[in-house]
Design a protein. Structure first.
Length: 371
């Protein structure tokens, strides 16, 4: 408990987070996530509304009690905190910042239409991870609500190495020694690169496959023959595809987990993320970890499995992005000027491919044409 709060205070000092006069809506969750509320409170938020609900990790009332017990045991004042399992219209309308946290999602048009025009939504992670089913970005645009992500590679944050540490953690939990192991990595972009770098530093012989080789991988997913050629000689496969929702084994390779088992029954399967045919994997008799596999778009092996620091650091960085966005919008600054300011001054990250303002102009143009 003391360590978590020390990390939070460290992050508040690092980013100089100041939420005075701001109202924030976030989630009331369990585990390391229960401490995120205290980042807001210790940053001087005028008011914090924490929404919770029953999950596989615990009930709403259990999560609520965890937060209340932390406050009681540490002497932190929570008089400006309201924990609820039902957000009212007035609460939504009063919010300056709504964090894109798991229990609040999906942030749909019904909720977004109730937010005030100066309100903002920090994604709380990088924009390439964004999916439309979690947040209705077009509706946010129609309501002039600014949405930006967090640059996880920023020099003050830089949590990119976490993916590599997660891969090492999985290998150890599957009973492998890590050093001198042979590992196949299936994952594109930053995650695949992070894992590869970490394996290399730990004397792991690895082969990295990704969607294409532009990220520095050894092979693309089109190079199935190379995958089939080496599979019998390797100790593990790490699935870490978080960008492309394709079933790599079946849809791309035209293969199956049973085929892999036939070639190498001793190979172990580790899953950080990806589109995994769970039923087929279970039938294959391959040893795999974790056992509870999440759908594509959600990490199966998450940073919180390593401890609270990555959760608290990323949340604090996202809050800082939200604070700066909110201050700019409340001051009367336009969306475009706000984006330019926060991209220059903070860890904010614009959308990749089509920026927020590009999409804003496209969506507004389409709506004008329809009307």
């Amino acid at each position: 408990m003391k360590r978590e709060l020390n990390i939070i205070r460290e992050q508040i000092d690092l980013y100089k987070i100041d939420l005075s006069e701001l109202t924030v809506i976030t989630e009331c969750a369990t585990g390391a996530y229960s401490y995120n509320i205290f980042t807001l409170l210790l940053s001087g938020a005028k008011s914090v509304v924490a929404y919770g609900k029953d999950t596989r990790f615990g009930s709403f009332y259990e999560a609520k009690k965890i937060v209340e017990d932390i406050a009681k045991n540490t002497g932190i004042n929570i008089s400006n905190l309201e924990i609820t399992n039902s957000l009212s219209d007035s609460q939504i309308k009063s919010a300056d910042i709504i964090t894109n946290s798991g229990l609040l999602r999906p942030l749909n048009s019904k909720l977004l239409s109730k937010m005030k025009k100066t309100a903002v939504i920090p994604l709380m992670w990088e924009t390439w991870e964004f999916t439309e089913n979690e947040l209705d970005l077009n509706s946010a645009i129609q309501n002039d609500i600014l949405v930006l992500g967090t640059n996880e590679g920023h020099e003050k944050l830089n949590i990119y190495p976490i993916s590599g540490i997660l891969a090492i953690d999985i290998l150890l939990k599957m009973g492998l020694e890590v050093y001198k192991n042979k590992v196949i990595v299936l994952g594109s972009g930053i995650i695949g690169k992070s894992i590869s770098k970490c394996l290399e530093k730990n004397d792991v012989e690895y082969v990295w496959f990704s969607k294409d080789k532009t990220d520095g991988s050894h092979f693309s997913y089109d190079d199935f023959l190379n995958f089939k050629k080496i599979i019998k000689y390797f100790d593990a496969i790490i699935f870490a595809e978080h960008q492309f929702a394709v079933d790599i084994i079946y849809d791309v390779f035209g293969y199956s987990f049973s085929d892999i088992h036939h070639e190498n029954p001793e190979i172990k399967v580790g899953i950080i993320s990806g589109n995994i045919n769970i039923e087929e994997l279970q039938k294959s008799n391959l040893d795999y970890f974790p056992k509870n596999i999440m759908p594509f778009g959600v990490l199966t092996h998450q940073p919180y499995n390593l401890g609270p620091r990555p959760v608290l650091e990323l949340f604090a960085a996202g809050v800082k992005v939200g604070e700066q966005m909110a201050r700019c919008r409340i001051s009367g600054m336009s969306l475009e000027k706000t984006i330019k300011f926060v991209l220059k001054k903070t860890l904010a990250m614009d959308f990749v491919g089509e920026s927020y303002m590009q999409r804003y102009k496209r969506v507004r143009f389409i709506n004008n044409e329809k009307s």
